[in-house]
Ligand binder design. Structure first.
Ligand code: NDP
Length: 453
């Protein structure tokens, strides 16, 4: 039966790709449906192109520092058009690579947008290449459609752009307002500032990065401000007027700011509006798909993974959920995710990375007298010749009674790489004395984690 599958995966993003390939490797007949480019948010309009922009934006500081290392450079010019076009070329290559990998794995790729017909059949409207409509049936269906950026409901919001749009621009604007204080806002503030745009960040809260250790977010605020990002806290957007390229942005504190562009970095939500979930009777939890420990929805044969379930919205989590699903139902292997020990990073300048409890969370869980904080704040060797004010901040959150490390946090260069490796120790249950027993590797930044007193 050509249109009958063991598994239909909706969405060829990180989670969907991982599940489809793994299920197919166990011999399942798998179809994957995608209406956009294969690769999903992470590859096409998220982590990967963003990190490439980060690399590009780091050159301005490096070039400024060059003279202290005896390197004479001429006038620097940013051609963000070239950067964006090179990134698009790389993203097309990666999307093709993922398509080839699916083909090699024997997964059938179906182009178009999926919606439920009933719990085990899916209608695909292919308005990508034709206006054809197709119906396929699956013993199991896995929803892995991810999320989309949210825009607040204010006058003129259509004049603002979202992070997806940033990668489609011909070049970056000379000045921009970025709304939000989360991951995407802080990353794009750093990127655009590094690439020469004048950035104003509008944050409705009193600090950046809710959920991160507050000392780290305070340090990021200081660093961003020193690098020239103008951050307005405790204020939010009231309206946008004008025309694309020449906006008048009004805030609730009666500021009126003229800007070439405005980026909404105001959170994301599951991409479920066109899935016709009601046709299959799938229940929601607020606005995300409700699932149990096996990522099964309330409908026996329908599962969901990744951002559409709004658990922890990070690429590696979606990939692992996809593989665990395939291992369990097609490979007869049982594994579960430890959602409490997941590292994450903000690729701002400087970078921030964290795993485990923040100081605030540990105190709330165990009480102030039961928690010990070790920290170290210093200028790294890489910044010593230029004598700038950039610094690193490393922090360990430790449970006093058994010295178990509850959290490990860092701001500064290479934070993400360092915290990734520290995560292995924390997941294994490392104590402060395990860290102390580890010989320092000198001269590094990370050695501070094993020498803190
Ligand atoms: P976040 O949830 O991190 O931040 C959203 C920000 O927008 C918050 O500061 C929030 O304020 C603010 N906000 C929300 N609504 C409004 C509004 N109506 N007006 C003004 N401000 C508002 O979302 P992001 O969009 O930055 O990122 C989405 C998700 O994507 C992240 O949670 C993360 O899971 C993932 N991501 C991960 C990255 C990484 O791993 N490096 C990089 C980028 C994204 P408040 O705090 O007051 O609610």
């Amino acid at each position: 039966m050509e249109n009958l599958f063991d598994l239909i995966v909706i969405g060829a993003g990180s989670g969907g790709l991982a599940a489809a390939k793994r299920a197919s490797s166990y011999g399942a007949k798998v179809a994957i449906i995608e209406g956009d480019a294969v690769g999903g948010t992470c590859v096409i309009r998220g982590c990967i192109p963003k990190k490439l922009l980060v690399y590009g934006s780091l050159y301005s500081d490096l070039l400024k520092s060059a003279k202290y290392f005896g390197v004479k450079v001429g006038n620097t010019q940013f051609n963000t058009g070239d950067l964006l076009s090179n990134i698009r070329e790389e993203i097309n290559r990666l999307s093709k690579l993922h398509t080839d990998l699916l083909n090699k794995s024997g997964v059938k790729i179906i182009r178009g947008w999926a919606r439920f017909n009933c719990p085990n059949s899916i209608i695909i409207d292919d308005n990508t290449t034709s206006n054809e409509r197709k119906i396929i049936t699956g013993n199991k269906i896995l929803i892995a459609v991810g999320g989309k950026a949210k825009k607040p409901n204010i006058k003129g919001s259509s004049l603002g752009i979202i992070s997806d749009d940033m990668f489609k621009l011909n070049s970056f604007p000379e000045n921009i307002i970025i709304v939000g204080g989360g991951y995407i806002a802080c990353e794009f503030s750093s990127i655009l500032n590094g690439l020469g745009s004048k950035v104003i960040q509008l944050v409705r809260a009193k600090n950046l990065l809710k959920g991160f250790d507050s000392e780290l977010s305070d340090s990021l605020r200081e660093n961003l401000a020193r690098k020239g990002v103008e951050i307005h806290f405790d204020d939010s957007l009231a309206s946008i007027e004008g025309k694309p390229g020449d906006l008048i942005v009004k805030t609730n504190r009666n500021k009126a700011i003229r800007s070439e562009a405005l980026l909404f970095a105001t959170g994301r939500e599951p991409l479920i509006d066109k899935l016709c979930l009601d046709k299959a009777g799938i229940k929601l939890n607020s606005n995300s798909i409700a699932v149990d420990i096996d990522n099964r929805t309330n409908v026996e044969n329908v599962f969901a993974i990744g951002d559409v379930t709004n658990k922890i919205n990070l690429t590696p989590v979606a990939i692992e959920e996809g593989r665990i699903f395939a291992d369990k139902f097609y490979g007869k292997k049982n594994r579960i995710i430890n959602y409490s020990m997941i590292p994450s990073a903000v690729f701002s300048q400087p970078e921030i990375a964290s795993i485990g409890f923040t100081e605030e969370e540990a105190i709330q869980e165990y009480g102030e007298s039961k928690v010990k904080i070790y920290k170290s704040k210093f200028r790294s060797l890489a910044n010593s010749l230029q004598k700038n004010e950039d610094y690193c901040l490393l922090k360990l959150v430790v449970k006093k009674a058994n010295e178990k490390i509850l959290g490990c946090h860092m701001l500064g260069e290479h934070s993400a790489e360092i915290i990734q490796m520290a995560s292995i120790a924390l997941v294994m249950g490392a104590t402060k004395s395990d860290f102390d027993k580890t010989m320092a590797l000198h001269p590094t930044i990370a050695e501070e984690f094993v020498t803190m007193r």
